[in-house]
Design a protein around this ligand. Structure first.
Ligand code: PEP
Ligand code: MN
Length: 452
């Protein structure tokens, strides 16, 4: 891997800068943007191309029905929430969910954080109005600040450099936790200590952890103590939205001479930026990372086939993931024709269900929320569609946090519209809290186990 921009031959002309790029900030100061990009270009890669390739092989296995993809984290990470506690709680939550899924369904689980880079947001409206005041919308800490003042909402390119350093610090802790002993399967109990307050889910988790513990003791008594149980592979992902940032972190891999976006192992293109002739598509086409595309309820089978044609014309296994976000009420009507057309084309695709983004609504109190039951219903629909077509329901993509927030309604704790105000902390979309995340994992594990 080469981090020296002068030897990143060809990168200047790799991307077509004349193409229209949706959802980009109106940076007020070109000089400041140039400085930030220049700084990013000489910083070391956050991930190695070889790790991206490993992930690609694992995605190929999942696409083939031999593994399950679990991707989770904040809608929008913030600089302020990049604390040890917050990062640890998110990792614990994902590790717990993965243990539930793996134990329940006897399938390897690919663990992917929607973290260490998820700092930019596409917005439906460029402006936000409160009373008589209209200001630019918050676009994530990568661009501006959530505070509702003209100064805070002004796009500031030096934030892109802060995204890099915050991602680097986050990833460092993620690697320490997942490689340094914390993720050892024998600590499956520890991940839960003082964590789950909800007694029903807590008791269910403890019972499972006891069974895993007994199985591990049994293996040890038979002289088997595999290294594989001591560490886990944990991958970083985010939406490749701000092209100045993603391009500045694209490097030529010295092993292969190919360009990789070294800001994350896996990046995806969102529903609002996947125009076939747009700059995001051009970017995704040219990097060698495994990539995802979000597809919503207006997607046609033809759209899906052209995305495949653009992004994975050689049908490279593991290269392309479709993250469907249809809404609980649409999935059974819209998804079958798409999956059928893709299946019949012979394209190798990992199908992942995002049951969050099609199910957002505004509560009477004004909070953006989602119903746990709608989230669950969309996953159920996703499993049914794949069951009927003989394809693999390959994974889930969840907005979650390890904390006890009250942002999504329902679940075992029965969070109500009135409860939302208690602890509503997200900078953007509502996330499942720790208990709701585990509850979902138990329910998905049952679906995965019961599929034929
Ligand atoms: C997101 O993942 O936060 C997001 C904006 O999703 P989508 O592109 O599916 O709307
Ligand atoms: Mn979101």
């Amino acid at each position: 891997m080469n981090s020296n921009p002068s030897s990143a031959v060809g990168l200047e002309n790799l991307f077509d800068s004349a193409l229209p790029a949706a959802q980009q900030p109106a940076w007020p100061d070109a000089q400041a943007l140039g400085n930030a990009v220049g700084e990013l270009k000489v910083l070391p890669p956050l991930v190695f191309a070889g790790e991206c390739d490993n992930l690609k092989s694992r995605i190929a296995e999942a696409a083939d029905g031999k593994a399950f993809w679990l991707q989770g984290g904040d809608c929008a990470e913030t600089f302020a929430a990049a604390t040890a506690d917050s990062i640890r709680n998110r990792i614990k939550t994902i590790l717990q969910m993965a243990a539930v899924l793996q134990y329940g369904a006897s399938l390897p689980v690919i663990k992917v954080g929607r973290m260490a880079g998820q700092f930019a947001k596409p917005r439906s409206n460029d402006f936000e109005k409160r009373g008589d005041v209209t200001l630019p919308a918050y676009r994530g800490d990568a661009v501006n600040d959530l505070e509702f003042t003209a100064e805070a909402r002004n796009p500031d390119p030096s934030r892109l450099v802060k995204v890099y350093h915050t991602s680097s610090a986050t990833l460092n802790l993620v690697r320490a936790f997942t490689q340094g002993g914390f993720a050892d399967l024998r600590l499956v109990h520890e991940w839960n200590k003082g964590f789950i307050k909800d007694s029903k889910i807590g008791a269910r988790y403890e019972a499972m952890a006891n069974e895993i513990g007994r199985a591990l003791d049994f293996m040890r008594s038979a002289g088997v103590n595999p290294e594989e149980f001591k560490t886990v592979d944990f991958y970083a992902s985010h939406e490749a939205l701000i092209l100045e940032y993603e391009k500045a972190l694209t490097r030529i891999d010295s092993r292969t001479g190919d360009p990789y976006d070294v800001s994350a192992h896996f990046v995806w293109i969102g529903e609002r930026t996947r125009q076939i002739n747009g700059a995001h598509m051009d970017f995704a086409k040219k990097i060698k990372n495994p990539i995802g595309v979000k597809i919503g309820p207006k997607t046609t089978p033809e759209d899906a086939l052209s995305l495949i044609n653009e992004l994975n014309p050689n049908n490279e296994p593991g290269r392309l993931t479709f993250i469907t976000r249809m809404g609980a009420g649409n999935i059974r009507a819209v998804l079958p024709a798409i999956v059928e057309a893709v299946r019949d084309s012979g394209a190798k695709i990992l199908w992942v269900c995002d049951p969050m983004h099609g199910n957002t609504y505004e509560a009477p109190s004004g909070y953006k929320t989602r119903k746990f039951d709608d989230v669950l219903e969309e996953v159920k629909g996703f499993f049914e569609v794949h069951q009927n077509l003989g394809t693999h329901p390959g994974g889930i993509h969840i907005e979650l946090t390890g904390d006890d927030v009250t942002e999504c309604v329902g679940g075992g704790e029965e969070i109500s519209h009135e409860d939302l105000a208690t602890r509503y902390e997200t900078a953007c979309d509502p996330r499942l809290n720790h208990t709701q995340s585990l509850e979902l994992a138990f329910l998905v594990a049952e679906m995965l186990r019961d599929r034929k």
